[in-house]
Ligand binder design. Structure first.
Ligand code: SAM
Ligand code: DTB
Ligand code: SF4
Length: 329
């Protein structure tokens, strides 16, 4: 790795400068290969052109339907294909969802994300989830759902209910994908993202790192995300939570600096997007999380639980934010 005495300032991407959707693999690899400090400097400079560097958006998650999923995603504790100790739960009644959303709001969350362990919602599921969107919106919170694959019609229905964001991750590179999931294709995922876009719902799409993928796979994942016709408004970057009983329970450890580099590259490629430091924070030191914020992460999942696994306590996060001079928004 060559070190440079002085580095070029990053190109301006704010008004008057076009956002790029034509990144080549080699260009993204070159971003990754820079000396760490140059990469972080570049990412933080771009971050400051578009965001208040002291603000981090916080979202809370709720699993509205848990476990017994027909898909075989190798990382996921909710897949019926894996032997994981997990209580499955049918679709949650509306009043429980509202109660959870109120509690999240009282703790300061601005966005409420509801996730279901489905390949895709069935016809009978649509009305109850639309009612959930309406009820959470009535609390004056941003709504997000992640329900698996959506048809164009389902996307339109959710839009009509008032859904703000739809989360659907690409998860990894097109090349590594079939090592992790066999029950649906990469193209299925891209199609759902297109249906969500066409329905004018904001797109939340990212991936998982630390699944044994190579640097090239991380480059290719980020390339897929940034070269969509519009950048996803929200880009969750998860660090694999290795759940016992899943095929990836023994995945090799990812170098924490490689994770931070990936956040920085995501920030450079998608300057206006919220980059979310998502699952896996319990296995990160405070220092690593601080580096992720320096690299341009500006959103987290907040609250003790993700979908089925644990997350740092709200207290621990409040303390971390205080130590770093970060405001939750
Ligand atoms: N069933 C829907 C789907 O897959 O689209 C929505 C829920 S699914 C659990 C949402 C996302 O959670 C997955 O796409 C994956 O990125 C993430 N995820 C699941 N298990 C994870 C794990 N063990 N570690 C990190 N991220 C995980
Ligand atoms: C995302 O990218 N990460 C969240 C959210 N979108 C839905 C889910 C993380 C799940 C971690 C494993 C679990 O708790 O089951
Ligand atoms: Fe099912 Fe989603 Fe888990 Fe895959 S990630 S097994 S689709 S809940």
């Amino acid at each position: 790795m060559e070190s440079r005495a002085s580095i070029d300032l990053p190109p301006l991407t704010s008004k008057g400068h076009k956002l790029r959707h034509d990144w080549q693999e080699e260009e993204i690899s070159e971003l990754f290969e820079q000396p760490f400090n140059d990469l972080l400097y570049q990412a933080q400079s771009i971050h400051r052109q578009h965001f208040d560097p002291h603000e981090v958006q916080i979202s809370s998650l709720l699993s509205i339907k848990t476990g017994r999923c027909s898909e075989d995603c190798g990382y996921c504790p909710q897949s019926a294909h894996h032997d994981v100790e997990l209580e499955s739960e049918p679709l949650m009644p509306l009043d429980e969802v509202v109660k959870a959303a109120k509690a999240a709001k009282a703790k300061g969350a601005s966005r409420f994300c509801m996730g279901a362990a489905w390949r895709s919602p069935k016809e009978r599921d649509l009305q109850p989830v639309m009612d959930m969107v309406k009820a959470v919106k009535a609390l004056d919170m941003d709504t997000c759902m992640t329900l698996g694959m959506l048809s164009p019609e389902q996307s339109q229905q959710l839009k009509q209910a008032g859904l703000d964001y739809y989360n659907h991750n690409l998860d990894t590179s097109p090349e590594y994908y079939s090592e992790v999931i066999t029950t649906r294709t990469y193209q299925d995922r891209l199609d759902t993202l297109q249906h969500v876009r066409d329905a004018d719902i904001k797109v939340c799409s990212g991936g998982i790192l630390g699944m044994g993928e190579s640097r090239r796979d991380r480059v290719r994942l980020l390339q897929q995300l940034t070269n969509q016709e519009k950048h996803p408004e929200s880009v969750p970057i998860n660090l694999l939570i290795k759940v016992e009983g899943t095929p990836l329970e023994n995945a090799p450890e990812l170098d924490p600096f490689e994770f931070v580099r990936s956040i920085a590259v995501a920030r450079i490629l998608m300057p206006h997007s919220q980059v979310r430091l998502s699952a896996g924070r319990e296995n990160m030191s405070d220092e690593m999380q601080a580096l992720c914020f320096l690299a341009g992460a500006n959103s987290i999942f907040y609250g003790e639980k993700l979908l089925t696994t644990t997350n740092p306590s709200a207290d621990a996060d409040r303390q971390l934010f205080e130590r770093l001079g970060i405001r939750a928004v």
